[in-house]
Design a protein around this ligand. Structure first.
Ligand code: SAM
Length: 243
């Protein structure tokens, strides 16, 4: 696909999925550049399994952009397990008002994200490490307005990795797939114990280019009280005895 074909398909994907307001010329140009860099790097680094043009447009970019309106204006956002920069990079492109940090346990993925951001002329900070270890750092704990994560871990595990980073009054926005509702029922106790309350569940499916629907669930929680200093526990404890 050349740039015009890519932009046309992106506009169609955004329109079909209710986010047409983000399909400006500037955003289409940036997402095309992101796609080009992503494809080139994917030829030698395993960023994600989905690499074909339509897959990237729909299952990555459009899927990420469908959550963009949920982020409060000017929020500081931490994307836990950002991998190939999803949602961090598309989110910063469509919502330049946000301050975005991408956290991943793999250094070369974090380097890819920060290099790509600088090539695109946007600012996305990178942070390398395991969430459950960095979440015990006093400077990082309860320091973000919003923590988000997509395709990283089961919700009750993910909650203990993510919620300690959120300021009181902030939000946890978990981008989950078709098992989102089941994961939520298993995670309710963990979410409450860690200081959050579920405030919204969005099950709007992603409409693909051929009209088929991909089930997805966005779970939004408000941080209503501080997370006790005992959390996050070590990964061994989290996995062995999820909250
Ligand atoms: N969020 C991206 C997406 O939607 O395409 C990437 C998902 S990828 C399947 C999961 C990523 O989470 C990997 O890059 C992995 O290194 C990272 N990860 C897994 N456990 C982690 C942890 N405890 N702390 C930080 N990153 C973690």
């Amino acid at each position: 696909m050349n740039k015009n074909e890519f932009s046309d398909e992106l506009r169609l994907a955004f329109t079909k999925n209710g986010v047409a307001e983000f399909a400006t010329d500037e955003i289409c140009d940036r997402l095309y550049e992101l796609y080009r860099i992503f494809s080139e790097v994917s030829s030698y680094m395993n960023l994600t399994a989905i690499r074909d043009e339509k897959g990237v447009i729909y299952k990555h970019f459009t899927d990420c952009v469908m959550s963009a309106r949920l982020f409060p204006q000017g929020a500081s956002v931490l994307d836990v397990g950002s991998g190939g920069g999803m949602p961090a990079l598309p989110l910063k492109i469509v919502r330049p008002d946000l301050t975005v940090t991408a956290l991943d346990a793999t250094a070369k993925k974090v380097d890819y994200i920060t290099d790509t951001a600088s090539k695109l002329g946007i600012e996305v900070r990178g942070m390398c490490g395991r969430a459950e270890e960095l979440g015990t750092d006093k400077k990082l704990r309860e320091s973000y307005d919003v923590v988000t994560a997509r395709a990283v871990a089961e919700l009750r595990i993910l909650s203990e990795w993510c919620i300690p980073f959120i300021k009181q009054g902030g939000k946890f926005i978990a981008l989950k797939g078709k098992r989102g509702a089941d994961e939520l029922s298993d995670a309710e106790r963990a979410i409450k114990t860690l200081g959050c309350q579920v405030t919204a569940i969005d099950t709007t499916p992603l409409t693909l280019d051929d009209g088929t629907l991909n089930e997805r669930t966005i779970i939004v929680c408000d941080k209503i009280s501080h997370t006790a200093g005992t959390y996050p526990r070590s990964n061994a404890q989290i996995q062995k005895k999820p909250l």
